[in-house]
Design a binder for this molecule. Sequence first.
Ligand SMILES: NC(=O)c1ccc[n+]([C@@H]2O[C@H](COP(=O)([O-])OP(=O)(O)OC[C@H]3O[C@@H](n4cnc5c(N)ncnc54)[C@H](OP(=O)(O)O)[C@@H]3O)[C@@H](O)[C@H]2O)c1
Length: 266
Amino acid sequence: MTQKNKMGTAVVTGASSGLGEVFADRLAQRGYDLKLVARRKDRLDALAGKLKSQYGINVTVLAADLGSDTDLEKVAEDLRNDKSITLLINNAGTSTLTSVTKTSVIKQKEMVNVNVTALMLLSNAVLPQFLEKNEGTLINIASVLGFYSLPISAVYSGTKGFVIQYTKGLQEEVKGTNIHVQLVNPATTATEIWEVGGVPLSALEQSTIMKTEDCVDAILAGLDKGESVTYPSVNDQNLIDAYEDARIKLLQGSQTGQPADRYTQN
Ligand SMILES: NC(=O)c1ccc[n+]([C@@H]2O[C@H](COP(=O)([O-])OP(=O)(O)OC[C@H]3O[C@@H](n4cnc5c(N)ncnc54)[C@H](OP(=O)(O)O)[C@@H]3O)[C@@H](O)[C@H]2O)c1
């Protein structure tokens, strides 16, 4: 019989490359058993083998296309039934960086399915057991492009905007419990997603690109500090505070029940 792990099981989606692969390593190092999700089973199997022998933890591989309703439901069902889960990182994501009229409908839907629908349904899958146990950690990976759109990122930015608002809503829902929900907004990081999206890393200003390991270690340092929103590459805390403050003040300023003067005065 497998020994019960007191850290529990961490689920990492998108563990076959980039941030997810490094998250898997760091969480294994912290002593979690792992459940790794992505499409490329060969990569997940290789990573699972390496982490098992390096850290002596248990690793389960779930090869699944999170853009497919059938596969997504299978993963969600697995997560609902696995009461050992203490942490979920919704990290899987995809991008196609071109204008909307040049992006196929298939690619647009894939971004919504993976970045939005899968993240939402997998959060749904673990939250009931977290609430029941009054503990658990959910980390949702959004992006700085979730609050800023480029002419090539309308759909991707839209999906990440969803992640930001959805995760903030969940944080409000779990207030007063021991459940921690962390929203993460990385900026440019050296992973395959740029090649996948059609913009090679070589085309970017090199000084703006963060190393994958640095990004993950900053995110986990933010988690350890108990942060609810983590911007791995933003050095100036005042920028984060000013943005948060402006967001709240704008909402408060909207609650007047009256048309603004500029629309009624000639
Ligand atoms: N790199 C950046 O500059 C940056 C910046 C901000 C936010 N992010 C976010 O960070 C997260 C991780 O991305 P990354 O940068 O590490 O890129 P990455 O190396 O391309 O990793 C993406 C991961 O998502 C998985 N994935 C993609 N489509 C999937 C699908 N249909 N079903 C299941 N898994 C799927 C991929 O696995 P398979 O291909 O094997 O399925 C891969 O493991 C994403 O949410 C991304 O939007 C990245």
